[in-house]
Design a protein around this ligand. Structure first.
Ligand SMILES: Cc1cn([C@H]2C[C@H](O)[C@@H](COP(=O)(O)OP(=O)(O)OP(=O)(O)O)O2)c(=O)[nH]c1=O
Length: 191
């Protein structure tokens, strides 16, 4: 049985769109980047910790496989997680404005005695934004709960000039890579 260790509604929706039946686990894993930790290592570590904690929470459920994922926005060596408040969201969008950043999503599948990872790295160019545009976007509320303070699947799409990579990966669960990972694990979608 497949379990999704995530409270993200996007991840639930995307995994369902892939055709899988799954249970969900609510976990609260701290997300703190260690000093000097490379961004991709950090994203991968957190995703793995989410999946590992999910498996632990399930205890001895036979045949359980847990999917954990993490998504961060990376500009040069700076990692942007979810904004803590409106000022933080404003600050993130000001820094991302007019530049190309990376969105790294890591997905781990963890079962008894085996684990495997997929990673998706996308390049996203954000339009040059003036303060009024940023303020209006933050006031819409959409920035909260999203790495980098925008949602490509919502009004945030109006801020994105170009995407090279995985749209679903930017949303939090790269569908192509996740489908391949699930197949590798011998899990198949519902008929
Ligand atoms: C860049 C971007 C991120 N996001 C979201 C995806 C993730 O939910 C979130 C990044 O935070 P995460 O810490 O990866 O995930 P989460 O806290 O939402 O959920 P959980 O840890 O329970 O799995 O940002 C979008 O929805 N759209 C976007 O365009």
């Amino acid at each position: 049985m497949l379990y999704l260790a995530s409270q993200s509604p996007r991840r639930r929706q995307l995994l369902d769109l892939l055709g899988y039946d799954f249970g969900t686990l609510d976990l609260d894993i701290p997300e703190h980047r260690a000093p000097g930790e490379p961004p991709q290592d950090y994203v991968s570590r957190v995703a793995r910790e989410k999946a590992g904690a999910g498996l632990l929470q399930l205890g001895g459920v036979a045949g359980a496989v847990v999917l954990g994922a993490d998504t961060e926005v990376v500009l040069d060596d700076t990692v942007f997680g979810k904004p803590v408040d409106a000022a933080d969201a404003h600050r993130m969008l000001r820094q991302l404005s007019g530049k190309t950043h990376r969105v790294i999503s890591s997905v781990w599948l963890v079962g008894a005695g085996r684990e495997r990872q997929a990673v998706s790295v996308s390049h996203v160019r954000m339009a040059a934004l003036d303060d009024a545009t940023i303020a209006a976007y933050v006031a819409s509320g959409e920035a909260f709960g999203k790495a980098g303070a925008y949602a490509i699947q919502g009004r945030g799409a109006a801020l994105i000039e170009h995407l090279s990579g995985s749209h679903s990966g930017v949303m939090g669960l790269p569908m192509f890579e996740t489908a391949a990972l699930l197949r590798d694990f011998g899990l198949t979608p519902r008929a």
